[in-house]
Design a protein around this ligand. Sequence first.
Ligand code: GDP
Ligand code: MG
Length: 178
Amino acid sequence: QKTGAVGFNIAKVIVVGDVAVGKTCLISRFCKDSFDKNYKATIGVDFEMERFEVLGVPFSLQLWDTAGQERFKCIASTYYRGAQAIIVVFDLSCVSSLDNARQWLEDAMKENDPSSVLLFLVGTKKDLSSPDQLAYMEQEAIRLSEEIRAEYWTVSAKSGESIREFFFRVASLTFEAN
Ligand code: GDP
Ligand code: MG
């Protein structure tokens, strides 16, 4: 078991990114299979537990969601600390959210060991983007993901596109690294 890890078969996964990029919807689409189009800043709840079975072994992800503090960029260090995977989220329809992704990653990395943490860069709201916009954002996002060595995904919490595949991938890579 690595230092800071939650436990042998539980991994802490943190979700970061600008306010309103779709972090909470990403988690709830997967954990509750629901989508809420009305915006509510997440209040209070720290994490959702999701059970997986990887290679026949029970394995859980503790998915940490911010509680609206990202609006003020004042995330407590306990939120970041001891993460085994970091999911950096941006909105495919909002260029500034991708520009800010790098800063979110840097902040999260201050509390983590770069040699052991897994990184994912996730573009959300794929259903909203025009093909032209998507092409531009994809090009920039792929460039960033290569630079930071993150696995790059595009998803839609609204349609559900790639949500299950994405979280299963997070679970299996985190399990392998555990
Ligand atoms: P957070 O602040 O990053 O947690 O963002 P939320 O998950 O609360 O989502 C912010 C807004 O974006 C809400 O109004 C959601 O309904 C909307 N949203 C989130 N994901 C999607 C998506 O995949 N497609 C569309 N069209 N809207 C989304
Ligand atoms: Mg939220």
